[in-house]
Design a protein around this ligand. Structure first.
Ligand code: NAD
Ligand code: UDP
Length: 322
């Protein structure tokens, strides 16, 4: 069945892959984006498709449209971008979510929300299961994003409890791939751009902090599997787990130190003359991060298929071409 989908933040990195995937499946897609961190270049190949519409709009302002599904992705995701205008970031997370939920309530749309591993903060449980409540600073420089995303989850939960809305949430762990903004400051885009242009590879701290990196195609597959499930099945699964809200972690549990990532990047760009240098660790930078993906694999029969080495090679090819 063809559905009408709205993707807020659909001109960004993940949103543009999701838009393409939905169009490839035969659906109608509207992308709503204010192009704060996204770019029309990400969606150029989609603009000619008669089933595709672009809406230049800020998600913090109400909007209208009849959709079967609303995917809420609008929010800057890299620390450099979300800290540039922190008040805008927290407004986007909260007011954007509110506008999505209000529209869904009026139009009976199914909602998908992109939450984040950042809601676990600097975790003191490892790996992080969905039942972990997190260790988050409320007044730090990352808080506009972390707390904005936590408030968005709370808002979703209250619309589910109060109005019976069909909302599904994924806590995304560090995801990378083509269409990442080359200057967004995230570690994979930084290291690849630095290596390709023979600039120093900037390791923050001593590079011993870890992250688990997921290639974007694995995430998109999980999002679509989750959104296709009938509501009764979703409710029964989470009730069976003693959970009141449909939220799952999605990420690749392969865990690497930032130093290992730098070494692998340089190994894959052998012509690079870049050297590793060490710079101060940003405040509140989480020391370790790795998803527990038991729930996602039980609910969706999903597991990531693309290891870091392979995903990095595809991403390097992309950055060589832009
Ligand atoms: P991105 O910055 O590439 O995309 C975000 C998009 O939202 C951009 O196109 C931007 O222009 C748009 N946007 C920002 N503020 C807006 C506003 N007020 N109104 C309308 N559009 C607005 O980032 P991404 O990596 O594609 O992230 C997409 C979503 O996934 C975000 O919500 C992010 O928090 C979440 N997420 C991403 C990761 C990751 O590793 N990439 C991890 C966890 C969660
Ligand atoms: N990082 C780094 N060098 C860079 C960019 C990031 O060492 O040029 C580190 C950063 O301090 C963090 C990790 O890489 O420990 C992941 O950073 P990113 O901004 O990609 O994501 P997040 O911190 O949100 O997980």
């Amino acid at each position: 069945m063809t559905t009408k989908s709205l993707i807020t933040g659909g001109a960004g990195f993940i949103g543009s892959h999701l838009a393409k995937c939905l169009l490839d499946e035969g659906h109608e897609v509207t992308v709503l984006d204010n192009l704060f961190t996204g770019t029309k270049a990400n969606i150029y190949p989609l603009l000619d498709n008669p089933r595709f519409t672009f809406m230049l709009h800020d998600v913090t302002q109400p909007f209208w449209g009849q959709f079967d599904e609303i995917y809420n992705l609008a929010c800057p995701a890299s620390p450099i971008h979300y800290q540039r205008n922190p008040v805008e970031t927290i407004k986007t997370s909260f007011l954007g979510m509110m506008n999505v939920l209000e529209l869904a309530l009026k139009t009976k749309a199914r909602v998908f929300h992109t939450s984040t591993s950042e809601i676990y903060g600097d975790p003191n449980i490892h790996p992080q299961p969905e039942s972990y409540w997190g260790n988050v600073n409320t007044i730090g420089t990352r808080s506009c994003y972390d707390e904005g995303k936590r408030a968005a989850e709370t808002l979703c939960s209250d619309y589910v409890r109060e109005y019976g809305l069909d909302v599904r949430m994924i806590r995304i762990f560090n995801t990378y791939g083509p269409h990442m903004h080359p200057q967004d400051g995230r570690v994979i885009s930084n290291f690849i751009m630095q290596a390709l242009h023979n600039r120093d590879i900037t390791l923050y701290g001593d590079g011993s902090q870890t992250r688990s990196f997921q290639y974007v195609d694995d995430l998109i597959r999980a999002i679509r599997l989750f959104m296709r499930l009938p509501l009764e099945k979703v409710r029964a699964f989470f009730a069976g787990k003693g959970m009141s809200m449909p939220v799952i972690n999605v990420g690749n549990p392969g865990e690497y130190t930032i130093r290992q990532l730098a070494e692998e990047t340089l190994r894959q760009i052998p012509e690079s003359a870049s050297k590793m240098v060490f710079e101060p660790l940003p405040k509140d930078d989480p020391k370790r991060r790795k998803p527990d993906i038991t729930l996602a694999s039980e609910l969706l029969g999903w597991s990531p298929a693309i290891p870091l080495r392979e995903g990095l090679a595809k991403t390097i090819d992309y950055f060589r071409s832009v």
